[in-house]
Write a protein that binds this ligand. Sequence first.
Ligand code: GAL
Length: 660
Amino acid sequence: MHYGADYYPEHWPEERWEEDARLMQAAGLNVVRMAEFAWTRMEPSEGAFNFGWLDRAIALLGRHGIRTVLGTPTAAPPAWIMAAHPDATLIREDGRPVTYGSRRNYCPNNADYRRHSARIVTAMAEHYSGNPLVIGWQIDNEFGGRCYCPVCQAAFQRWLQDRYGSLEALNAAWGTEFWSHIYSAWEQIPLPWAATGTHNPSLALNYRRFMSDSYVDYQRAQIDILRQICKDVPITHNMMGFGYPNLNYFDLARDLDWVSWDNYPRLRGEPDPAARALAHATMRGLKGKPFWVMEEQAGPTGGSTVALTPRPGEIPYWAWQAVAHGADGIVYFRWRTARFGAEEYWHGILDHHGIPGRRYDEVRSMGEVLERMGDRLDGSRVSASVAMVLSYDSRFAFQNQSHNPHLDYPRVFASLYRALWKRNIGVDIVPCVAELGRYRIVLAPMLYLLDADTAERFRSYVAQGGTLVMTCRSGVMDMDNVVVDTRLPGLLSALFGIEVEEYDSLEDGRAVAIKGVGPLQGPRGEGSAWADVLALQQAESLACYEGEYYASRPAITASRVGKGRAVYLGTLPDEALADAFLTALGARPEFSSLVRADSGLEVVERTADHASYLFLLNGTGDEKRADVGAGGHEWITDREVAGEMVVPPLGVRIVESPRG
Ligand code: GAL
């Protein structure tokens, strides 16, 4: 387990570094991430490199048992580069450049910026290759943002040429007939700049795909350099969880050795443990492997305003929740709060004065448990019997055509995840192309864009015994973002045994009453955001509407295909109905040793060959109880437990029981 902090030695007098390293070691920290914003310090002018300070910091930390992940510094371009290449500046949708200052202000397709990036990455790689204290690389920092500059436009046109081959094909696929947008030269194709109205949805979606690909490509250019020079040193990028909407993280993760992400539960408002769990599961799902939190909140966040200070116990509770969901590394942001710069109120483990306090003690208390546990959790994996299919194509398409504010793709996805999370059901987040056979239940909400291959794999998953749950606004579009010419849900109609006769966009927060029927007899609730009016072909109704002009028509349906079931939600059920619905599907947690847990207690299991680790996480303000049956060793309190145990508010318990 890696446990550490984001460290900026360049922000502090060198005489202080020894004390920092001593305090880190005393708190059980064994890793730092450094240098990801220190380009000018490393290269004050072109080709004049200065790594001495970083060498000394790495060596000094190494003497305290702390190893280093180095960040490539390209997220914050030096003033001297941007002054020499004003064209490298990111251009906004309105066609105007961002100003110098802040960060993420470069165009990822700009050749000059790429040349400068390659030079600093090569220099760092050559300088640190073979240094045993450098155990990993992070590329850039939180990729994102979209550029609308002429270089991006030309690159987009080439990207389209590769994808469509000919203008005839592109015009036909996009329906450019509409409003006379037929292109007769590639150079005519615009970016979706701020326009008088809506852009062609095919153009808008492809631009989003292209921009995501641009960062994947820019990242790959850095990875290629590092792999060639530093051979086996693993490479990551710090992503932004489920919430970040503008990059296809499955694509971005493909070239990386491991995924990491930045977790700020108290960024604004009250922390939401289900949202955290979804973010962790998404990050784990990108490579189907353990991940790191590269920035774990360690103090009040703040730019110009300052958010609430993490409550006593929250810092280790958040960090343990990440570990429960598959994190093999926790790195706190940041070691000590900066005294200057845009983030002087973004607090770290230590405050500005550098004197350890309550937050340091909490970090150290978790460090002690990790030290006690040693390498036990290594190689253990989170168990999940349910998968949710995340489609960035569909998500991007809805960004351009949101339908209505209540039908937000991430919101719908998160609300279904939450219903599973509340029942402590382990969920993997997977891409459309994932192998689904090992999951008992698969949910693929709002899979708006659908290709024949995915539809066929879904059919065979069901035929072989799986339970597939899909929702309204699925199978609506082909992969060019053009509406299919059959009744909805298009390629899925036969599998679900239904046809959508009409639909009703429930704008302004309207809801429609629904009640369970047949096998779901009993519960009543509400559907919101959208209502499909369904005609049954070979399906039975599980719930029907009780209001609107479609009262008594099916709202939720199920069809049997082969050995499995295909269940369709024509509307978005409220929490109570979703819960009843999951019961009817037989969705239940599958823990080896848990007998019972109070509602509100989050339970997650990591299993290794030799043992399983049951994490009991209490994110509430009340005591919670769980019956852990035969139990085993509990690592937080370091004692044997069995039967009923109490978990205090913001408390965590980790029960190890042997397997086999
Ligand atoms: C992250 C970012 C860090 C730092 C932190 C606090 O999003 O990666 O560099 O800015 O937020 O704002």
